[in-house]
Ligand binder design. Structure first.
Ligand code: NAP
Length: 286
């Protein structure tokens, strides 16, 4: 049976570490504020924002919560981002995605000061990732790298397969694993479906981030592999599940993340770490 990678426990430790740093920085007069902007009334997004604000409270991170109506214009949103860029009390800015259709997400992300881009989505931060330079990294893949560290899984020399190539998960994940000297394959919707199982079977580290419930089954997994399930999907009964069929996968894998309780909690916790990192970088403390 596989080792279950306990994202919940690791997230609690990560938050404690962030909270200790926040206290230290506050003693030096450095504010680690996080501004969270939510546009519209999407219930899913509102739930995510509430969870992030709770995490802030737990870590002693002062938060500013902006709930804007769905009809907010691009100019109004850009103006708020501009104000927050200039606010010394605000170390990090997070605009909850997705935005209502009439708003230009790329323009909003690009307008955030890269030093305050705690989601790590700004082109400058993604460029730094490509160049191997320090910068704010997207929370989901950054949290997965923390999991590898915590469980002594060294990607060096391993075959890593990432299923999915989004800008927030698959692509940065592949770059982070490459930086740790893994050999990378990235599968996506154009990958020959007849080849996908074989590609997955070559993985010592398999990261599933395609958003298809339970697509990756036990027989697709190399015995002993580390399986990271990013998916947050609903199964045929409406129950939360991942992109990996956990029941069959855990019989083959060496280590595996559950859903829930794996990547999700670590993603949230890494946001807190990123706020601390942003505050430190802004004050020349890195
Ligand atoms: P996304 O933007 O929808 O990207 C999905 C990726 O999967 C795309 O690159 C797509 O390929 C690829 N794909 C789709 N069908 C495929 C198939 N049959 N075979 C191989 N690849 C396929 O999704 P995302 O934002 O990266 O999220 C992926 C999953 O992770 C979702 O379930 C999401 O809810 C979850 N998620 C969880 C967390 C967390 O904290 N736990 C964070 C973020 C996302 P193309 O590029 O060709 O379209």
């Amino acid at each position: 049976m596989a080792t279950i990678i306990d994202g919940k426990a690791l997230a609690a430790t990560t938050r404690e570490r962030a909270a200790a740093e926040v206290t230290k920085l506050a003693a030096q007069g450095i504010a680690c504020g996080l501004a969270v902007i939510l546009v519209g009334d999407d219930q899913g997004s509102a739930t995510y924002v509430r969870a992030k604000l709770r995490d802030c409270e737990q870590c002693g991170i002062p938060s500013k919560d902006y709930k804007l109506p769905a009809e907010t214009s691009q100019e109004e949103l850009m103006e708020l981002v501009g104000q927050l860029n200039a606010d010394n009390e605000v170390a990090g800015i997070l605009v909850q995605m997705p935005l209502p259709k009439h708003l230009d997400e790329e323009a909003v992300v690009a307008a955030i000061d890269p030093k305050k881009d705690v989601d790590g989505f700004h082109p400058e931060n993604l460029g730094k990732l490509v160049r191997g330079l320090p910068g704010l990294r997207p929370c989901t893949p950054a949290g997965i790298m923390e999991m590898f560290d915590a469980y002594d899984i060294d990607p060096a020399g391993k075959n890593a397969v990432i299923v999915g190539r989004s800008s927030i998960v698959g692509k940065p994940m592949s770059l982070m694993l490459l930086a740790k000297n893994a050999t990378i394959s990235v599968a996506h919707s154009h990958t020959d479906p007849r080849e996908l199982a074989r590609i997955c079977q070559s993985a010592d580290i398999l990261v599933a981030a395609c958003g298809i419930p339970k697509m990756i089954k036990g027989p697709w997994i190399k015995p002993g592999a580390t399986v990271i399930d990013v998916g947050m999907d609903r199964d045929e009964n409406g129950k939360l599940c991942g992109d990996v069929d956990f029941a069959s996968a855990e019989l083959v894998a060496g280590a595996i993340t559950p859903v829930p309780g794996g990547v999700g909690p670590m993603t949230r916790a890494m946001l807190m770490s990123n706020v601390v990192l942003a505050a430190k970088a802004q004050h020349g403390l890195l």
